[in-house]
Write a protein that binds this ligand. Structure first.
Ligand code: NAD
Length: 465
């Protein structure tokens, strides 16, 4: 059995966090663990740095953040390789993640600056200006599945808005996060961005320290703990949490396109994506045809090391994650689910893409997040039933409907999700927020409204002359 991270607080090794390649178990590198007792001091340094940082104009701050964009693009190959070694995803996707963050840096910063521009408001008696001011110190706590993009999408708006940041990346992927912070720090003033390493103990200590905002991406369970811990100090929160995304395939849909999407979106990143398709509801009249096409598209997906050129599905991040996925499948099968593809041939931390049918909502696999390469296909008889089933989970991150435009739109509008795609993935056009409904999130990032959540809104008013 392989594990990716060794944290043994009782030995000398206790001082280091060892990162292992999930494809081989080999050590990739290590970083020093931040002692929990040091975290209040680190946060105090971040607070001391806020004065000068918030005193700059947003243009001055952007000028110090922006150079990191080109550096990420220039180093995409090297950093993509590190990302694959540490996290397991196929190299092309890892390089795409690095390049994507770097190449959109300038546009992202521009859109943040536009969103935070002071806004005049007037009525007959009063002239006001609405400002979007820094909050102070932001804690950014992130997961491992997009180990560069997840910190990036929260660090960027926090810094540009004039907050200083203490980031705590996942204990599974410290090296790529460290590289990201170092690149930004080549042009940032001292203590504006600090990074700490460790697991939940360090996360808890950061949440409990004197921070003003906690921007978190991760699981629903941890989000709930953070919300409780933040409650005493009424700290501001942006929580981007887990998902259990449904795909509804209606009669009249382009079945080939729906099946191709289902295979890609269920199994990409070994299903370790918050908006992975985990449940598929298909109109009974086209279900056989869809299932055949879905299996056909899945058959072409090679499982292996992310460094091998034609790999489409890499390893699971950890033995723990693999065990969670396989036990959910086993439980579903014990309750009557049928494996129509995969379900065997798993080795080490590689889980074969698996398709289950004859599933129902008494099975935990239909309501709890899987976060692995498993898709469950159920049949429905009418659109109301499909909507009811799709909404029968505490999550509400993304959802997708394939079908004739008008009918698909009617269904889409009834889904309890923050982002709904019609005949495409759930992500919106440039400028859209990344937003979850129900227990998939509390607050959100990106888009005008998302950028403003990293700020304190402040109204300054005077009488109208
Ligand atoms: P996780 O919740 O286990 O950990 C996330 C981070 O929180 C890690 O850095 C971890 O060390 C830290 N942490 C753990 N306990 C903590 C505590 N009590 N207080 C403070 N910090 C704590 O999640 P994970 O396994 O790293 O990531 C997978 C999860 O992230 C999935 O649920 C996935 O859906 C979700 N996710 C959501 C989005 C989104 O945009 N909504 C994006 C990516 C991943």
């Amino acid at each position: 059995m392989m594990t990716t991270v060794t944290m043994n607080p009782t030995t000398t090794e206790a001082q280091t966090l060892v990162s292992r390649n999930p494809a081989t178990g080999e050590m990739v590198g290590e970083v020093p663990i931040t002692p929990v007792e040091a975290i209040p001091t680190i946060v105090r340094r971040a607070r001391d740095a806020t004065k000068a940082w918030r005193g700059m104009t947003i243009e001055q701050r952007i000028a110090l953040i922006e150079p990191a964009g080109k550096k990420l693009v220039d180093r995409a190959e090297e950093l993509g390789r590190l990302l694959t070694l540490e996290m397991g995803k196929p190299l092309a996707e890892a390089m795409g993640e690095v390049k994507g963050c770097g190449s959109t840096m300038s546009a992202s910063l521009k859109s943040i600056a536009e969103a935070l521009e002071p806004e005049p408001l007037e009525d007959d008696s009063t002239a006001s200006k609405m400002y979007f001011d820094p909050l102070g110190v932001a804690a950014v706590i992130t997961p491992w599945n997009f180990p560069l993009a997840m910190p990036h999408w929260m660090v960027l708006p926090a810094l540009a808005a004039g907050n200083t940041v203490v980031m705590k990346p996942s204990e599974e992927t410290p090296l790529i996060a460290q590289a990201y912070a170092e690149i930004l720090n080549e042009s940032l003033p001292p203590d504006v961005l600090q990074i700490i390493h460790g697991a939940d103990g360090q996360g808890k200590a950061l949440v409990e320290a004197e921070v003003d905002l906690i921007a978190f991406t991760g699981s629903r369970e941890t989000g709930s703990k953070i919300m409780q811990a933040a409650g005493g100090g009424l700290k501001r929160l942006v929580l981007e949490l887990g998902g259990k995304d449904p795909l509804i395939v209606m009669e009249g849909a382009d079945i080939e396109k729906a099946a191709e999407f289902a295979a890609r979106n269920s199994f990409r990143n070994a299903g370790q994506v918050c908006v992975s398709t985990e449940r598929i509801y298909v109109d009974g009249r086209i279900a056989d045809q869809f299932q055949e096409a879905f299996i056909r598209h899945t058959q072409g997906m090679k499982v292996g090391s992310g460094l091998e050129e034609d790999t489409k599905i890499g390893p699971m991040i950890s033995a723990r994650q693999r065990d969670h996925v396989l036990s959910q499948v086993k439980d579903a099968v014990n309750r009557g689910a049928k494996v129509v593809y995969g379900g065997e041939g798993h080795r080490d931390q590689f889980v074969m893409p698996t398709i289950l049918t004859e599933v129902n909502h008494t099975m935990p696999i239909m309501r709890d997040e899987t976060f692995g390469p498993v898709a469950c296909v159920a049949r429905y008889t009418n659109a109301d039933e499909a909507v009811e089933l799709a909404n029968d989970t505490p999550f509400g991150l993304g959802a997708v409907v394939f079908g004739p435009d008008d009918q698909a739109e009617q269904v889409a509008r009834q889904l309890d999700a923050g982002m709904v795609g019609i005949n495409k993935s759930c992500g919106g056009a440039a400028g859209s927020p990344w937003v979850g409904a129900k227990q998939s999130g509390f607050g959100y990032h990106s888009g005008k409204a998302g950028h403003r959540q990293f700020t304190q809104t402040r109204i300054v008013s005077r009488p109208r002359g």
